[in-house]
Design a protein around this ligand. Structure first.
Ligand code: TPP
Length: 636
């Protein structure tokens, strides 16, 4: 009778069973949090009927947690993890005794905030305000893949303060996501006290104002919860927000409406009293004993598998015609759409399609183009969640917005094992006249601190073309970063385009375009062409300088690095902060490998002003003359 969806009316037998599940779950929450001596029982109790009805009735399968047509349930207030874990246990995903014994224990899948590796959990949350965006991504994913599942997002009232929630609300309506239901646990309490005192929000009014249908209910009445969900699933006109009035700590008299139980476990005495009120046998001693025994719940894989993508035929850009990397990216994207007519491809935009060159894709495949407006936090999370829904997902934006603005969202994408392909244009001082607020100087440094993200910084349009195609075959989240200007593509020593012909892009490889014993230049991104030109100038003067093009500053190749470091002086060149980019990677590599050589890091050491990019590069001594002059000085 359970997990059949919401088509049939709720029978009294089912309602009784749901109430009983919720009662038992409250006991498990108390035992688990008391064994762990931490956690969030208050919100778990206020959300308990919502979780019980959702996990017991939605179309999900305990024996096949990643069934592709399952309804998606995202819990945005991830601190209510004990409530989520135990509702999933009641729905048969694993035994609740495992939750009781191993909640918040090292090595256990039952982390303090909900984790996607727990069977039944769709998105790791806890950084409030991101869950609705994840749900929007999954609801768009259903449309992209032609699947009929429904997405449910449970949220708290405290997190309604966040601006990202408003961004997601609007996108849901604009995209017509009738397959999306939000359930807000309106318990009126958060850490610092009553929500009305901390930061008043008209939750129902906000959803209604953005065009959602709003249904208000008693969130502890399982019949009302089921009925509202059934109504929302049947509604094919708008997304629906169910505002559930609840009581924090519901079910235990001394916990009810008391902010201290937001985030504290009960003492043993309180525990006994509470279990008595719930009519349940205490289970604390037994659970404490079991804590030292191994846990049997396996972690689900949460890295997104690679999709099969036809990469099409690379384009060649002539070395006598100035071209921009972002133009090459946009053209390669259209080629990918042509080469994969049946593959779900989504491209997210934040009102910059013309500049970030996704406009041609938007014309070519409008069904895949998702305009998110000026809502980058939302776009980042929507993109991450969509990328785990069998959709090849790109988000293109200026570096300062896709990286700096949305840093924590990209961190959560990393933790969730998403597969977002992030295209950052207008990076570095190459942004030119827009000035210092628009200079993204830290894209390598920012992503360096995430353990999963890969970063590609192509040197010219030919390499950009090939790297864009190749990144579709690289697992996980990948960022490709580029500048803004047009410049001449780089030539090999034979005068032909260096990154065309037989050239195949490989992540991590350093491509040697010039060789010489006097010095080594390792160059990355827009100034790489100038570094090659500088080496040619120096050669004409009798100085033989190697130039290696680095596109993967976070994955330096050991063999190539040993070669690079064998020269008397090693110079790095980049349009990036000297503190955390290629030069920093090389310094780290030298230190870790015990290799001593003179290292000179050429890059950006302060915020720069507005100006033509060529003038800015000259002022930073990152043009041909500047690089040649600095290397010449070192050789002399
Ligand atoms: C972005 C973010 N800011 C701050 C926090 C810290 N925090 C955790 S729970 C919480 C209160 C949220 O209120 P609500 O979710 O309504 O809590 P409950 O109803 O469970 O008491 C805060 C501020 C967080 N997790 N995420």
């Amino acid at each position: 009778m359970f997990n059949l969806g919401f088509d049939a009316p709720l029978t009294s037998e089912m309602a009784d069973a749901l109430r009983e599940r919720a009662r038992l779950s409250r006991g498990v929450v108390l035992t688990a949090t008391s064994v762990a001596a931490s956690g969030h029982p208050g919100g778990s109790f206020s959300s308990m009927e919502l979780y019980t009805v959702l996990y017991s009735c939605a179309m999900i399968r305990a024996d096949e947690p990643r069934w592709e047509n399952r309804d998606r349930i995202v819990v945005s207030h991830g601190h209510t993890s004990p409530g989520v874990y135990t509702a999933l246990a009641q729905a048969g995903f694993y035994s609740s005794s495992e939750v009781e014994a191993h909640f918040r224990q090292i090595g256990s899948v039952f982390e303090g905030h909900v984790e996607r590796s727990v069977p039944g959990v769709e998105w790791s949350t806890g950084n409030l305000g991101q869950g609705l965006s994840a749900g929007v991504g999954m609801a768009i994913g259903a449309r992209m893949t032609g699947r009929s599942y429904h997405t449910f997002v449970a949220m708290s009232d405290g997190e309604q303060h966040k601006g990202q929630v408003a961004e997601a609300r609007r996108l849901a309506v604009k995209e017509g996501l009738v397959n999306l239901t939000v359930l807000v646990d309106l318990n009126g309490i958060q850490i610092s006290g009553h929500t009305d005192d901390v930061m008043p929000v008209d939750v129902a009014g906000d959803f209604a104002a953005d065009g959602w249908r709003v249904i208000e209910i008693d969130g502890h009445d399982v019949e009302a919860v089921y009925g509202a969900i059934a109504e929302s699933v049947a509604d094919a006109t708008t997304p629906v927000a169910i505002i559930a009035r609840t009581v924090i700590g519901k079910g235990v008299s001394f916990m009810e409406d008391d902010p201290q139980f937001h985030g504290r476990a009960l003492s043993d005495e309180e525990y006994l009293e509470a279990m008595g009120e719930l009519g349940l046998e205490p289970a604390l001693d037994e659970a404490r004993m079991r804590r030292s025994q191994p846990m049997s719940v396996p972690e689900l894989e949460h890295q997104t598998p690679l999709m099969t993508v036809q990469t099409g035929s690379p384009r060649t850009y002539a070395t006598d015609t100035k071209t921009d990397n972002r133009g090459a990216w946009g053209a390669a994207l259209v080629d990918l759409a042509h080469a994969n007519p049946d593959l779900p491809i989504a491209v997210l935009d934040c009102d910059l399609a013309g500049s970030v060159k996704t406009d041609a894709f938007a014309t070519e495949r409008p069904s895949g183009f998702v305009q998110c407006g000026v809502g980058e936090h939302n776009a980042a999370t929507v993109g991450g969640a969509l990328s785990i829904c069998d959709t090849l997902t790109f988000w293109a934006d200026f570096g300062v917005f896709g990286c700096d603005e949305a840093y924590n969202q990209q961190r959560l994408n990393d933790i969730n094992g998403a597969a977002l392909k992030l295209v950052l244009t207008h990076c570095g001082i190459d942004v030119g006249e827009d000035g210092k607020t628009h200079q993204c100087l830290d894209y390598v440094g920012a992503f360096r601190d995430f353990f999963g993200w890969k970063v590609i910084v192509p040197a010219d349009p030919n390499q950009t073309d090939r790297a864009v195609r190749a990144m579709t075959g690289i697992q996980g989240n990948v960022c490709i970063a580029m500048g803004r200007s047009k410049f001449l593509p780089i030539s090999g020593i034979d005068g032909a385009p260096a990154f065309a012909g037989d050239y195949v892009y490989e992540y991590g490889r350093i491509d040697w375009l010039r060789t010489g014993k006097d010095a080594t230049i390792l160059a990355m991104g827009t100034p790489a062409a100038e570094a090659v030109a500088a080496a040619d100038e120096l050669l004409a003067e009798g100085h033989a300088v190697s130039v290696g093009i680095v596109t993967a500053p976070l994955a330096l190749d050991d063999v190539a690095m040993r070669d690079a470091a064998s020269a008397p002086v090693l110079v790095t060149v980049e349009d990036h902060s000297v503190r955390s980019g290629l030069g920093a990677s090389v310094a780290q590599w030298l230190g870790r490998n015990g290799v001593a050589t003179k290292l000179v890091i050429l890059g950006i050491d302060d915020y720069r002003s507005s100006g033509a990019a060529s003038d800015l590069f000259a002022a930073a001594r990152l043009d041909r003359e500047g690089i040649a002059g600095q290397v010449r000085g070192l050789l002399d």
